[in-house]
Write a protein that binds this ligand. Structure first.
Ligand SMILES: [Zn+2]
Length: 211
């Protein structure tokens, strides 16, 4: 008798992009009120923009194969703005302590100079119930991580692709990927296409017992 042992089924986190959600649409430069140029899509939609930044267009159907190294921009954004869990998509804030459980990974975290306990991250929170599932994915994605809690988080920047105007106002990629652009950077913001929202987390504390 042959016994087949199935590989444990990996839960696909809420925030992960799917192959059926990719949209191939490119913005171009248009005139900006008050002078200058900014990026826009030909037929603008209200949710193209958030915090004054043009976002990459994606579907939110959750159809297709998981793209394990790619986050769905709209769902990532939603998680960051509402403190939702990156795995289940529900509110991550602990109802008892009021603190937000957060798995910080080396690749998605950086210190705020001169502000110990605060940091910038592009990875959303993880609710207490989903921490085990999220940690199980870290070695698979070859990233190291630490379980923490934070007091609160606020949007401060984006990760973005940078463009410059070409012939006919075509958007020409400068070759700069995943550039950290602050939401108050009025010079660079009109030239970027954001893929992820970055929050500043406050009062970051280790919480290894949650793991
Ligand atoms: Zn969760």
């Amino acid at each position: 008798m042959t016994v087949t042992v199935a590989e444990p089924k990996i839960r696909v986190p809420y925030v992960i992009a799917r192959s059926g959600e990719i949209v191939n649409q490119h913005p171009r430069f248009v005139s900006k009120l008050g002078g200058g140029l900014r990026l826009a899509y030909d037929r603008p939609r209200p949710n193209d923009w958030a915090h004054g930044v043009l976002r990459v267009r994606v579907r939110t159907t959750r159809e297709g194969q998981p793209q394990w190294r790619l986050l769905n921009t709209r769902r990532q954004w939603e998680c960051m703005e509402k403190n939702l869990c990156q795995v289940c998509g529900e509110v991550a804030t602990d109802p008892v302590s009021g603190r937000i459980p957060w798995i910080m990974t080396e690749t998605a975290f950086r210190d705020v100079p001169g502000e110990p306990g605060n940091g910038y991250t592009s990875a959303p929170a993880t609710c207490r119930a989903c921490i085990g599932d999220a940690l199980a994915l870290c070695p698979r994605l070859h990233i190291s991580s630490a379980v923490c809690t934070v007091a609160y988080a606020e949007p401060v920047a984006v990760l973005a692709e940078v463009f410059q105007p070409g012939p006919g106002r075509r958007a020409v990629h400068t070759g700069e990927h995943n550039v950290f652009v602050r939401l108050d950077d009025e010079v660079l913001l009109p030239r970027v296409l954001a893929t992820q929202l970055i929050v500043k987390v406050h009062d970051l504390q280790p919480a290894p017992l949650l793991a």
